[in-house]
Every structure is written in structure tokens, then in C-alpha cells.
Design a protein around this ligand. Structure first.
Ligand SMILES: C[S@@+](CC[C@H](N)C(=O)[O-])C[C@H]1O[C@@H](n2cnc3c(N)ncnc32)[C@H](O)[C@@H]1O
Length: 331
């Protein structure tokens, strides 16, 4: 039966493939090795952060508050990126008459449909298993543009999950003119940083050998948990890039910003996220600090050499983005 499921998937019949796998997993006598194989099959293309983000209460609360502020009774909401269905259900709970939500991964779409049905929202939420670019106004939205767009396709660097091209396309083709978007804006926020985590320190002597030439293979960019010990901000925060998610045409861009040091050693620059959730004052930020908690990581870009700074020293940082990625350098 598992082979039949695999065959169904090769014919794009994801729904029946998933149903078969779920039936198999319900069998108490199922061979444990086969059970592992089936579970892997079901979660292909689903990195483990999919479950991690759902345990991020500040993230969830920021979206819930924004949707409660922006959704008006009777609205038709479009979501890009269903995941578990949590944001679509929040929108429905906030009063949306109808939510059309698209999810490119078939296993995720199938699981979301089940979650949504279990929570009693199947009559108001429709999951379309497709990439947002392939949504069709007539076929998928009954020919009527949505009154609100919501998405959480935001990566650690803001852009790598392709929020800009997805929004640019959806706002132009599928959203009513001037309709609100959640989040409304997003910024790449940066500061100078001293990264003294063990993995960020250059290698010297190891087991009696000088490994210093190996340092040239060290990663330039490292993620950091927002509350990572050993990561110290060395300047105030500055917005490097700021995007209106409701629109326009996005273009690659480049900025140089002057970061005023608070003093001390600077090993690089750290970036994190700032979101204007609803355009009405509700914001979200995963600013690094000892008390910070977020499923989104900050990103540290190391300078070629650490620099010693005095309070007030200016360090210029150059940032570029190509709408899908960011790069930071010491200017
Ligand atoms: C970060 S998860 C968020 C899921 C859920 N909305 C939440 O907030 O918990 C993003 C989801 O969107 C899907 N996705 C990303 N870009 C998409 C696109 N342009 N069209 C359809 N699905 C997309 C991914 O497969 C993933 O399941």
C-alpha cells in the first residue's frame, strides 16, 4: 500500500497518497521501520522549523492582534503560505467571512485541511494547494479580489522566503486596490556586534597544531539565537532596508549606513527583523538581547578583522539586496 501511495504522489494525487499513508499509520501492527519510512514520506520538504514557529507565542500573538485589528466582519481574506492553517483560522476567528489560503507543499496543505476541519472552520477556509504565483482570480477566488492579504513567508533575513515577489504578484492580481496587508511593512534592522561565541572565534592551536590557515574557510555569515550568550550589540539599531508589503514594484537596492559605536570590540554586523504588523501601531521585533525569544534567528556577518572602537566612532556598513537575499559588508 505504501508503494501505491508513492505511485499516487508521482501522479500528483497527493490527497489520496496522504490518505493511504494515514490509514497505514493507524494500523497498530504496522512494522516500525515502515512507519518511519511513511512518516519521512509525509514530511518531505517540511523542515523542522515548521513546528518550531508554532511554539513562538510572541509571533503568534503579534499576528492574532494584527488580524483582530484589521479584519472587518464579512471580509474575504487571502493568505499566502497556509502552513498548519493557524493564520487562516485566526482571520476566520476575527470575523472573516471567507479565507482562501494557498500552500505550495501538498503534504502541508493536506494536514492544514485536516486541522481546519477539526477546528470547525472548513466552511469558511479553503486551502488551495498551489504556489501563490499560480493562483487564478477566477478559478481560485471566484473572480473577486480579496479584501485583505496576510502572509508569514518571512525568513531570518526578511527576504529569502521570497516575500517581495510573492506580495508584488498577489497585490497586483488578487487584492482589491488599497486593501490592507498583514504585516504592513518589514525592515532589516542592523547594529554593530561583538560575536564572542565559541564557533565565531578564530581557530588557533588545536591538539598541539597551529590551524590558523584553516580560518579562511570559516563562514562569513552565521545565525545567532536572539538571546545567544556572547553576542553583544555595539551600536544603536538602524534600519538598513524598509519595505511596504502592500506593494509597489520592488527593485534591488544598496545603502551605506553610518553605525555609531557604543565602544569596544566590533567583530561584525548583526541583522534582525522589525515588522509593522497592522499599520496601526502593532509591531514585532526579534531584537537580540539576553531576554529575547524568537523562532527567527538573527544573522551575524563577520568583518574580515575585528576592530577596536571608542564610543562615538563611526563604522560604515554597506548593505545590498536583490529582493531575495541580503548581503552586508564593512564599507
Ligand atoms: C513560515 S511558514 C508559515 C505558515 C503559517 N502561515 C504560519 O504562520 O504558521 C510559510 C509557509 O508558506 C509556504 N509558502 C511559502 N511561499 C509560498 C508561496 N509563494 N505560495 C504558497 N505557499 C508558500 C511554505 O511552504 C510554508 O508552509
Amino acid at each position: 500500500m505504501f508503494r501505491v501511495a508513492a505511485l499516487l504522489r508521482t501522479h500528483d494525487d497527493h490527497e489520496r497518497a496522504t490518505d493511504l499513508c494515514c490509514d497505514l499509520l493507524a494500523d497498530p501492527d504496522l512494522d516500525p521501520a515502515l512507519a518511519v519510512e511513511i512518516r519521512r514520506f509525509l514530511s518531505v520538504g517540511v523542515p523542522d522549523w515548521h513546528l518550531v514557529i508554532l511554539r513562538d507565542s510572541p509571533r503568534n500573538a503579534a499576528y492574532d492582534a494584527a488580524l483582530r485589528a484589521v479584519v472587518k466582519p464579512g471580509m474575504r481574506v487571502l493568505e499566502i503560505g497556509t502552513g498548519s492553517g493557524i493564520l487562516a483560522m485566526m482571520a476566520a476567528r476575527a470575523g472573516a467571512a471567507e479565507v482562501i489560503t494557498c500552500e505550495r507543499n501538498p503534504s502541508i496543505a493536506a494536514a492544514a485541511r485536516e486541522v481546519i476541519a477539526r477546528n470547525g472552520y472548513a466552511d469558511r477556509i479553503r486551502v488551495v494547494n498551489t504556489h501563490s504565483d499560480a493562483l487564478d482570480l477566477d478559478r481560485d477566488l471566484d473572480g473577486r479580489r480579496a479584501d485583505l492579504l496576510v502572509s508569514e513567508i518571512i525568513s531570518n533575513n526578511l527576504l529569502s522566503e521570497h516575500v517581495l515577489p510573492a506580495h508584488e504578484d498577489a497585490v497586483r492580481r488578487l487584492l482589491a486596490p488599497g486593501a490592507p496587508v498583514v504585516p504592513a511593512r518589514g525592515a532589516v534592522r542592523i547594529a554593530l556586534v561583538d560575536d564572542q561565541r565559541e564557533q565565531a572565534r578564530p581557530l588557533a592551536e588545536v591538539a598541539g597544531f597551529d590551524l590558523s590557515p584553516y580560518n579562511r574557510l570559516a563562514p562569513v555569515v552565521r545565525t545567532a539565537r536572539p538571546n545567544a550568550a556572547g553576542v553583544t550589540l555595539r551600536s544603536d539599531a538602524i534600519d538598513l532596508f524598509d519595505f511596504d508589503f502592500a506593494g509597489a514594484r520592488y527593485q534591488p537596492d544598496e545603502h551605506v549606513v553610518a553605525c555609531r559605536s557604543l565602544g569596544g570590540r566590533v567583530t561584525g554586523v548583526i541583522q534582525w527583523l522589525w515588522l509593522d504588523m497592522d499599520g496601526q501601531g502593532g509591531t514585532y521585533e526579534n531584537r537580540p538581547g539576553p531576554e529575547a525569544f524568537s523562532s527567527w534567528s538573527a544573522i551575524v556577518t563577520a568583518f574580515p578583522q575585528p576592530i577596536e572602537t571608542a564610543p562615538g566612532d563611526i563604522v560604515d556598513v554597506r548593505g545590498t539586496h536583490d529582493c531575495r537575499n541580503t548581503e552586508l559588508y564593512k564599507a
